[in-house]
Design a protein around this ligand. Structure first.
Ligand code: PLP
Length: 459
């Protein structure tokens, strides 16, 4: 960035259509200290991903409070695949929660931060033999996805190192899914477990796509006969893990509903309204969702919470996105703003759609970026409409096909702030295309005087 612009005052333009919900801490940064954000991008490059690990602890505390209020034994495993940040794993462990690991690399990160192996849970359908071995050696909980995985695991077992296992159930509503097992196969596994002292049966697991309380409730009801079947064989389920999928609110429901109701193909530069979106402006936050599930009736007037408490079954869950809520923002420097005619523009950012990747899933991130502007002519223009492209030569490198309205025409060297990118957005598809270096991921903490400082997010 040229120094002249760097020294100019920053004008913060909040989004017009789909303004992001920001925690008060993040609001302070974006609205009160935009100069600091410019400095950091100057220092570390664009895009720059910033992580607030303390926010994850607050999310954990909110969910834990709901579980405690319902007086049932519980366990939270952080779905580590949601973000590659090591600082977030460290925060999870400092808060005393477990981690759901799906590769030996996620597991090694957790172990490096001092995780006790018994607080790790491994899901995923295609665990390799060496991953199984590591899990067994560390005493981690293994969710068995298939009869085939069950057989493979048995080959590695010894009496010295028994395996702690969950059986992953495939709910009827997910009948076509490749994950989990139908009841019949689960019962066959239970019959084998009964006769094999090298297997420690801990309970059941499931994970559903979608974000409905009702689908989880229905799946839990389907598990009740399996709990009974286990008891008949003399096996005691100690834990049921309901997976993740707790919802996150990115924008206020009112803004979101209004946009969804009135959007047309004209809102998209490619003339195409995506078929589906993450529910960015859903009615529930994760804690409210969890309370609704726990208060729902599972059978004969008994609530889910009561059922777990009465049967001494630990209620486990594996939120990824919900724990990453409000933990991160991503900053993109604008390289160039190109006029397309008819008052329309394309904004090229330094970075790519691999760093804010929803379009690669045939959808859109329905959250507007906030514009931090250093260009003096900003006030001379009315609202303008632009789509956002990455800096690569790929035609599909689009951060937003949706026309985003800006109060003022953005300029080169301005920053766009994408809020709440911690949940899959920022790094799921990141790569070194065109040999651009990987973006920096830094975490923010306060020094002893309360001044924010940033540190590289590495072990
Ligand atoms: C991805 C995944 C999660 C986390 O899902 P979120 O939607 O991020 O909460 C939890 N459990 C399993 C088995 C998963 O595959």
């Amino acid at each position: 960035m040229n120094r002249q612009k760097f020294n100019m005052p920053v004008i913060v333009h909040n989004a017009l259509q789909l303004p992001p919900l920001l925690s008060s801490q993040l609001q302070d940064f974006v609205f009160q200290m935009p100069g600091t954000l410019f400095q950091w991008v100057e220092q570390y490059g664009s895009p720059l991903h910033l992580i607030w690990p303390e926010a994850l602890k607050q999310n954990l505390a909110r969910l834990t409070r709901v579980l405690e209020e319902h007086h049932l034994p519980h366990k939270i495993y952080y779905g580590a695949k949601v973000n590659k940040s090591k600082a977030l794993i460290e925060a999870v462990l400092q808060a005393g929660a477990g981690v759901d690991v799906s590769s030996r690399y996620e597991m090694q990160d957790a172990l490096q931060f001092g995780a006790d192996g018994s607080h790790l849970c491994a899901t995923g359908p295609a665990k390799t033999a060496d991953f199984h071995e590591l899990l067994i050696a560390q005493g981690a909980l293994i969710s068995i996805d298939s009869a085939e995985e069950f057989e493979d695991l048995i080959c590695h077992l010894s009496l010295e190192y028994p395996a702690r296992i969950l059986l992953r159930y495939r709910p009827i509503s997910a009948g076509d899914s490749r994950f989990g097992m139908p009841s019949k196969i689960i019962v066959q596994c239970l019959q084998h477990i009964k006769n094999d002292p090298r297997l420690i049966f801990e309970g059941f697991h499931m994970h559903l796509s979608g974000y409905q309380v009702d689908s989880r409730l229905q799946a839990l009801r389907e598990l009740l006969p399996l709990v009974a079947a286990a008891h008949e064989l003399g096996l005691v389920p100690k834990l049921i893990d309901i997976g993740g999928g707790l919802p996150v609110q990115y924008v206020a429901s009112s803004f979101y509903e209004a946009f969804i109701a009135r959007q047309t193909s004209k809102d998209y530069r490619n003339g195409f309204v995506p078929e589906g979106f993450y529910p960015y402006g859903g009615a529930f936050d994760a804690a409210t969702w969890l309370a609704a599930l726990l208060d729902s009736e599972i059978q004969n007037g008994v609530s889910v919470a009561r059922y777990f408490a009465d049967h001494h079954i630990t209620f486990a869950l594996e939120p990824g996105r919900a724990l990453a809520d409000q933990t991160a923002i991503s900053l993109f420097r604008i390289i160039r703003v190109k006029a397309l005619g008819n008052g329309r523009y394309v904004i090229f950012v330094e970075g790519s759609s691999f760093n804010a990747c929803e379009t690669w899933f045939s959808s859109e991130f329905l959250v507007d970026p906030i514009l931090l502007s250093v260009c003096s002519s900003a006030s001379n223009h009315g609202p303008v409409h632009a789509y956002l492209a990455g800096q690569t030569c790929l035609d599909d490198d689009i951060l937003s096909n949706r026309w985003i309205s800006f109060k003022a025409l953005p300029c080169a060297d301005d920053l766009l702030v994408y809020a709440n990118t911690g949940g899959y957005q920022m790094d799921l598809l990141e790569n070194e295309f065109h040999r651009h270096p990987m973006p920096k991921r830094m975490y923010v903490r306060s020094d002893s005087n309360g001044v924010p400082i940033i540190c590289a997010d590495t072990v």
